[in-house]
Design a protein around this ligand. Structure first.
Ligand code: UDP
Length: 476
């Protein structure tokens, strides 16, 4: 069997996709695999940061810059970076623009001839290009097994078809657990606003079937029934190799997130060190959700009412929506630390003072919460977050649902009253129910650690993956 193996990673540029894929590339390099990360000039600096200064395998990782011909298409540079606000461009155009990367991607494949391509789910066209050169294309689907199984059951059986109202619950059929949803919690695929996104989702799910396999940032013991269901019932080839963030063990590594923190990490750790075990709740809605001003106001009211220690990440200037004097009062009492901009999330969730996480249930946040052994208030907003919320509350039993929230086509978090937030946080951080949720979360945390150690399920699946790619390249 050939000893050398070259895997090319092609990440989508949203942080929630880019961070785990960069960590995945480092993980492969740590096993002696030659890895290339394909990216655009605008996005490359983020990867330099994400790969990290402290990693020893940098000789095995190369950044390959592909030219994005934005200027030729009269588009602003950086449009392919989906977190940049481009107000006049609907999301349809972002995906149209991204498809312009096909030609330079094919040129790279032609020259470099990697043994395998791991490309983000949002680049469905990579499957055809890879097939042209007889190279296996693996999909990186940013989600876990559970949301993929729910998505597939919804697609095949359409259980929402027969309900008489948006709030009437229905069972998602043929799943290992009884999962109840309402129409309100589902994406409205007919919405014009998300038309471009829906088209890409359809292409992505078709490409998932025709690709060689799927690599998952998950671990077997987290969702065993769904890891099996995905492979044996839905019949997809998959490897679970996560949580990839756990591979980064020291403080410097945990801080490599492709973006500068809105707080000095020592200040943050000092504040956390001054609190007792499980005494702090961390609140974040990830990178894509917009929290409306009235919702920011209600969250502040809720936090003040429930009187728990908190770290809350907000975007710059969002403090303008706070109730009069809120920030000063929280600071004076030592109750709250407000981070404006980017928070060192993994560092915070791993701290023993943090016992709870109010989260929008993005897959990375769920996995990082589990890896930190914290309970959660599940507050989904869009995408597959409502499915993930069910996993946290109904399957893992480590979360409190925020209540009756609706899927948002505009990525907006809104409509929850301060009193509801205060009650949910009080339940989460409380002695009885909260403690039991944290106990269960800690069991999952230990399992996550074991999964990535030598001999663990994720470690072994990565070995199997690498061996299979090497064997395939022998044959070709
Ligand atoms: N993140 C972070 N600091 C922040 C906000 C987000 O480190 O202030 C990271 C977080 O740890 C996670 C990713 O960004 O790895 C967000 O991914 P997720 O799937 O949770 O949500 P998305 O932003 O994609 O909705």
């Amino acid at each position: 069997m050939k000893d050398s193996c070259h895997v090319a990673f092609f990440p989508f540029t949203a942080y929630g996709h880019m961070i785990p894929m960069a960590h995945m590339a480092v993980l492969f390099a740590s096993r002696g695999v030659q890895t290339t990360i394909i990216t655009t000039r605008e996005t490359a600096p983020r990867f330099t940061e994400l790969i990290g200064k402290t990693i020893n395998y940098d000789h095995l990782i190369t950044l390959h810059i592909i030219e994005f011909k934005a200027a030729e298409a009269c588009l602003p540079l950086g449009l392919e970076n989906s977190d940049k606000p481009v107000p006049s461009q609907p999301i349809t155009n972002v995906f149209d623009v991204i498809s312009m990367l096909q030609e330079p991607f094919e040129q790279f494949i032609l020259q470099a001839r990697p043994n395998c391509i791991v490309a983000d789910m949002f680049y469905p066209w990579t499957t055809k290009i890879a097939a042209k050169y007889n190279i296996p294309r693996i999909v990186f689907n940013v989600n876990g097994f559970f949301p993929l199984c729910v998505f597939e059951a919804m697609r095949v059986y359409d259980p929402a078809r027969d309900v008489s109202s948006d709030s009437e619950p229905f069972i998602v059929p043929h799943l290992p657990h009884k999962i109840m949803l309402t129409k309100k919690q589902l994406a409205r695929f007919e919405e014009v606003k998300i038309k471009g996104f829906v088209e890409v989702l359809i292409q992505a799910s078709e490409a998932e079937v025709t690709s060689y396999g799927v690599v998952m940032n998950s671990f077997y013991e987290l969702e065993p029934e769904y890891a099996l269901h995905y492979r044996e019932v839905i019949k997809r080839k998959a490897w679970h190799i996560g949580p990839v963030s756990l591979f980064r063990k020291n403080i410097e590594d945990k801080l490599e997130r492709g973006r500068e923190s809105g707080i000095d990490e020592h200040e943050c750790l000092k504040w956390l060190d001054s609190k007792g075990c499980d005494a702090v709740v961390y609140i974040s809605f990830g990178t894509m959700v917009t929290v409306t001003s009235s919702q920011l106001y209600e969250i502040a009211m809720g936090l003040e009412a429930c009187d728990k220690n908190f770290i809350w990440v907000i975007k710059k200037d969002e403090e303008k929506s706070f109730p009069e004097g809120f920030e000063a009062r929280m600071k004076a009492k030592g109750k709250g630390l407000i981070i404006k901009g980017w928070a060192p999330q993994v560092l915070i969730l791993d701290h023993e003072s943090v016992g709870g996480f109010v989260t929008h249930c993005g897959w990375n946040s769920v996995l990082e919460g589990v890896s930190g052994g914290v309970g959660m208030v599940a507050w989904p907003v869009m995408a597959e977050q409502f499915f993930n919320a069910k996993l946290v509350t109904d399957v893992f039993g480590i979360g409190v649902p925020i209540g009756d929230v609706e899927w948002s086509a505009t990525s907006r978090c809104e409509g929850v009253k301060g009193e509801t937030i205060a009650n949910a946080v009080a339940r989460l951080m409380g002695a009885e129910e909260g403690q039991e949720m944290r106990r269960r979360a800690r069991v999952l945390k230990d399992k996550a650690k074991t999964a990535i150690e030598e001999g663990g399920s994720s470690y072994s699946d990565l070995t199997a993956f690498i061996n299979e790619i090497k064997a395939l390249s022998e044959l070709s």
